[in-house]
Design a binder for this molecule. Structure first.
Ligand code: PMP
Length: 282
């Protein structure tokens, strides 16, 4: 099937979709992005991701390229043209194309807008949820505004590659005080011996995950206690359960951290129930 992308006002063949070599996203990583999961051709947590996009743009003082309504129409059309039932939508906005120079370009420079949609086979993710994933820990080498969803993902890329090379699926980043911030592309959670959920507060050290926020609501409705606090790798290794959340992985149980087995080495019942509850709600 021919894939279609959207670039700066036009739908075009994905294989021929291009931005200029002097785009600030390419040259400085001067841009932000969002990812929505698509299920049954519908965006999950649509408003949460749009709200975060607005916030990321405002924090970096990049002009919104289109109204939310217009972006929604573009995304819907892209889902239709690519016949995506289950998949992902990726949207990126950069500070636009300009002669390479660090300060912001003239205000008249239009932001660059790129949107893509792709099909995803949900069975691979479902299998991962059934067996659980292994996680390694790595130092958090990022800047102090991890709450902004920028395209500057080099530390995340290196962390994920390190995980893959050591046979793990995700890397949990650890700050200078020895506490887990988050995964390279997921938020990190543990379950205490008495069944309370623990995840780091949504401060500047982590991305404020939309799945994280929805799951907090789902968990509260299901009667789970929640502690928003930082935890160490040692506490996580001794936890009853551990799991990660993201738009692409939903809720995925963690069964091994730095080679140590969590619980009995099988996905925990709480994480598994929360995955189910999330998928029914989102
Ligand atoms: N942390 C990081 C660093 C991420 O890249 C992501 C994925 N966007 C998440 C957490 C999870 O966020 P969300 O639930 O909004 O996908």
């Amino acid at each position: 099937m021919t894939r279609i992308a959207y670039v700066n006002g036009r739908f075009c063949l994905h294989a021929q979709a291009v931005v200029h070599i002097e785009d600030r996203g390419f040259q400085f990583g001067d841009g932000v992005y969002e990812v929505w999961s698509v299920r049954r051709s519908r965006l999950l947590d649509a408003d949460g991701h749009f709200d975060r996009l607005d916030r990321s743009l405002a924090e970096l003082r990049i002009a919104a390229p289109r109204s939310r309504r217009a972006l929604g129409l573009i995304i819907r059309e892209l889902i239709r043209r690519n016949r995506v039932r289950d998949g992902l939508v990726y949207l990126q906005v950069t500070r636009g194309q300009a002669r390479r120079d660090h300060p912001f370009p003239p205000e008249s420079t239009p932001p660059t807008l790129v949107v893509t949609a792709k099909r995803v086979d949900l069975s691979a993710a479902a299998k991962r949820a059934e067996t659980g994933i292994a996680v390694i820990s790595v130092p958090d080498r990022r800047w102090s505004r991890c709450d902004i969803k920028t395209v500057n993902l080099l530390p995340n890329v290196l962390a994920k590659q390190e995980a893959r090379e050591s046979g793990a699926f995700e890397a949990w980043q650890v700050d200078s005080s020895g506490h887990v911030t988050e995964g390279s592309s997921t938020n990190a959670w543990i379950v205490t011996a008495d069944g309370k959920l623990v995840t780091r507060p949504a401060d500047n050290a982590i991305l404020h995950g939309i799945t994280r926020a929805t799951l907090m609501r789902v968990a509260a409705e299901a009667g789970f206690g929640l502690e928003e606090r930082a935890f160490t790798i040692k506490e996580a290794q001794a936890a009853r359960e551990a799991f990660v959340t993201s738009a692409t992985s939903f809720v995925t149980p963690v069964v091994e951290i730095d080679g140590r087995t969590i619980g009995n080495g099988r996905p925990g019942s709480i994480a598994t129930a929360l995955r189910q509850a999330y998928l029914e709600t989102a």
